[in-house]
Structure formats: C-alpha cells, structure tokens
Write a protein that binds this ligand. Structure first.
Ligand code: ZN
Length: 298
C-alpha cells in the first residue's frame, strides 16, 4: 500500500510510522532529561523493556499495571536545578524518607504497550519536595503520575527506611497467578509458594522468599496498600487475590524476573492439571537440598 493511499484511508503516514519503528521516545524538538545521561537513559530503557514484556505476556490490558522506580542515584546537579513543569501536588501521605528523592512514574491512564515505545511520554520524572508530602513533575512532559502513586511511594519510603537496596516496584496482572488466586486452597499462607517452588528448581533459587498473599481488598484502597506494605517485609512478590501481583526488586528487571519465574511455575502447574493429573512436584527433601546448596533464606 502506498503512503498516499494510507493517507486517504486515514491511516498514519509512513513518516509517523517510521518514527514509531525507530523507538523515538523523546520529542525531537525539545530537550529530554535523558540527553547526555547514559546511565539514566539505560535505566529508563529498562523500564520501557519491562513494560513491553508485561504487555506481551498479556499481563497489562488497557492501562493496567504500574511501574515506579527510584532514580535518585542517577540524578545530577543539572537535574536538581531543573524547574518544575507542574504545580505542587500533594502525595496524600507524608513520607519522611523520600525527601529530595526522584522517581520515574507511569502516567495515569497510560498503557504499558505505549510506555514500551515512549517511556517519557507515558510517564514522568517527579521530585519529592522538602515537606515530604508533595511533589512536582520535572521532566520530560507534565504527565500526571498514576493514581497508585501514594501506595507505590509508601513502599519506597519503607524500603529506604529499612536500608534496602531495592529501587523498583511493579504491579501487573499475570494471568495464571491471578487465576490460581480464585481458589481459597491456594490462599492459605505459603501453600502457593510451596507448590510454585516445587514445580521447577529455579523458582526457589530465583524467588527465594516465595509469594505473599493479600486477601481481596478494593483496588487503590488504604487497606490494600497497608496489607501490601506489611507482606513485603517477608516477600519480594505478593499476590493480590483476584487482581494481580505487586513486586519489589533491585531494579525494574529484577522485580519483573521474580514475577516471571513465579508465573512460569504457575504455567507448569496448570499445564499438568490440564493434562489431567496433579503434578508430583519436588519433594520437601529436594527443596531443602536446594536451600542448603544455594544458601537460600527459607
Ligand atoms: Zn491492577
């Protein structure tokens, strides 16, 4: 099809399609915070890569899911001096450990599949102000952060308070894990963890804390945020009943990897059940042997 007939049919012109293919995620006519900042760019590119995986896995329908990353370690004097491009906005909670921190946040209503191509147009960088209860957007565009920002930032505040090296939080809707959360038998403490660990040895090695369980709560509620915060003291990934998972990690890729590993085990379990049998699973002795061999915490 020629570009002319595309124009007639109302489809994008070949020029704009080419821009998409080139993965252009900053406006060519304006300066991006990522210019001449290779380390920060790499971090944002990781976020975009993970957003693509969430979409490709079918875990991020419409605007589902959130990613929030503490990028303070990549912030230089020039970024600290950047003026606000939004009004001062209240977080809704006071988070004393976030003073002067900077975060990349997915934008409200934005889609992971768009963020994968254009992270700086579907999310923004915010600066937490000195009162620790408000923030401004500083780059690249005034994209309002997700409505889940208070709960994500509350987790980040707690991570810094604990001296944790974790910088990333991810919420998404993995199909198999959410499906399993519809059965009460899987929601007893550590029942699902033990099933998932026993499906393939690597799951215990790469998700050594297992999967925490949060009984159903209204999305976006204070109760859900509080329960998540408590459970994340014992687990890196928690399952929200009939909804999705919330994960924390060293960076966004680490948080994604843990969800991916657990999801792989869930797929193996479900595949076995679809073939008509209850999978045997590794024995408790074999799981203990894994813990000893790899010096695992549980
Ligand atoms: Zn959700």
């Amino acid at each position: 099809m020629s570009s002319e007939s595309r124009e007639k049919s109302g489809r994008p012109t070949s020029t704009s399609e080419t821009k998409d293919i080139k993965n252009t995620y900053y406006l060519e006519t304006m300066t991006s915070i990522l210019e001449n900042r290779a380390a920060l760019r790499e971090e944002i590119e990781k976020i975009a890569e993970v957003a693509g995986y969430l979409w490709q896995n079918g875990w991020a329908e419409r605007n589902g899911g959130n990613i929030t990353v503490n990028i303070t370690a990549f912030v230089d004097k020039g970024i600290r001096e950047l003026p606000a491009i939004s009004e001062v906005k209240p977080i809704g909670v006071t988070l004393p450990h976030l003073k002067g921190c900077y975060f990349y946040c997915k934008g409200t209503g934005k889609r992971m599949r768009d963020l994968a191509r254009q992270p700086m147009r579907n999310g923004s960088v915010i600066r937490i102000l000195d009162d620790c209860s408000s923030y401004v957007i500083i780059a690249d565009e005034a994209v309002m952060p997700t409505s889940e920002l208070p709960s994500h930032l509350t987790v980040h505040n707690h991570l810094i308070e604990k001296g944790s090296p974790y910088t990333a939080t991810v919420h998404t809707h993995p199909i198999e894990l959410v499906a399993m959360s519809h059965s009460k038998k899987f929601l007893e403490k550590d029942v699902l963890t033990n099933i998932l660990w026993s499906m393939i040895p690597e799951t215990k090695a790469f998700c050594p804390l297992g999967l925490g369980i949060i009984p159903y709560q209204l999305p976006g509620s204070v109760e859900l945020a509080d329960a998540t915060l408590r459970e994340l003291d014992d687990y890196d990934v928690v399952l929200w009943e009939k909804h999705g998972v919330f994960a924390q990690g060293l960076d966004v890729m680490d948080a994604f990897d843990q969800i991916d590993v657990l999801s792989k085990s869930a797929k193996i379990y479900i595949n076995a059940r679809c073939m008509g049998f209850e999978p045997e699973g590794m024995s408790q002795e074999q799981l203990k042997e894994m813990s000893a061999a790899f010096n695992l915490p549980k």
